[in-house]
Ligand binder design. Structure first.
Ligand code: FES
Length: 115
């Protein structure tokens, strides 16, 4: 399964702390699709929840995708650090690789999958 279809609403922007992040899981088994959204101010970015190092989900605890300072994304497995804005890994075992971005927009206050 790929990303949810364009137009799929994930949640209201106000349901994610600022700064903060939230995971979303669709389907099961082979159909499973795991993603997360990071809020930064009034905008958001979204990524497939799969670290480019060992291809595991990034978080250990629900919705804990950010560093202590909450200004970067962190993989809890081996500590890789990623930019919130573009998903580029800037530190750790997958430096130079990137998270897979998922296009999202905010439509009437709802975080929504876009084209
Ligand atoms: S799996 Fe993410 S840093 Fe190793």
């Amino acid at each position: 399964m790929g990303a949810p279809a364009p137009g799929t609403q994930l949640c209201a922007l106000s349901e994610i702390r600022e700064p903060g992040a939230r995971g979303f899981l669709f389907g099961e088994g082979k159909e499973r699709f795991d993603m997360f959204v990071v809020r930064h101010g009034d905008s958001v970015t979204a990524y497939v929840n799969e670290c480019p190092h060992a291809f595991t989900p990034l978080e250990t605890w629900p919705d804990k995708f950010l560093t202590m300072a909450e200004d970067e994304i962190i993989c809890s497995t081996h500590g890789a650090i990623f930019n919130i804005g573009d998903g580029l890994c800037t530190s750790g075992p997958c430096t130079g690789k990137s998270l897979i971005a998922i296009p999202v927009i905010i439509d009437n206050g709802m975080i929504t999958i876009s084209q």
